[in-house]
Design a protein around this ligand. Sequence first.
Ligand code: NAD
Length: 256
Amino acid sequence: SLQGKTAVITGSNSGIGLGVARELARAGADVVINSFTDRDEDHQLAADIAKEFGVTARYIKADLSKGAEARALIEQAGKCDILVNNAGIQHVSPIEDFPVEKWDAIIAIMLTSAFHTTAVALPMMRKAGWGRVVNIASAHGLTASPYKSAYVSAKHGVVGLTKVTALETAKEDITVNAICPGYVKTPLVEAQIPDTAKEYNMTEEEVIEKVILARQPSKEFATVEQIGGTAVFLCSDAAAQITGTTISVDGGWTAL
Ligand code: NAD
């Protein structure tokens, strides 16, 4: 059980981050959820998790495109035994047309923020004598697709940062790993299905199989619960010697 541990999950008012927060809470951890908004429904998500799983849950606003806010998130949490770097965005465009501000935002939110949160969390983990860093990378941390230059670069960077952080903590009871999901059915992905179906004149089922899951041999989405369960495993005693590596949850994508 993760009772008594505090987990901070970045970008967790939706999708994978929320799924990971819920599975860590189910395993007994207190959780801090985060995004860049500060709406009633954000705080309500934390209240719902606290009620459902009987843990302490807080929502802390931080815009992770800004280094100072990423650092302040961990400082405000006060304690961070489990750090899950998950926040992310996407932009698709050929390199020569790729908007510079989109490149900068993607690298800042997905790669640089993980450097900042890790820098503040590691001393807290050392003080506690135990820690787990779980970086949510992607199949695109291991392989590439055209038109996703910033995303693929940031995710490969996250895998690199994972390895370095693991080496710097190797002799301590701290592990650092990256989960590499293939396609996961999150609100973000689901929203694209009806429009793509119209565009290609296909049924939604055909879009899922032939367009979205073209590279995922299982022809099934991974679920946020499966990503959350993988994070819980990485926090377990069975995973204490797993560090500096990646775990793919991608229905065979990276085996192709
Ligand atoms: P999502 O849009 O549902 O979640 C993204 C989260 O990041 C949201 O909570 C959002 O509020 C937050 N976020 C965005 N910009 C932020 C900022 N500036 N500051 C703070 N928070 C911010 O998408 P998702 O699919 O759940 O993606 C979560 C992570 O999983 C991302 O890193 C993504 O790259 C990765 N991933 C997703 C898939 C997939 O198929 N859905 C596959 C592989 C990897």
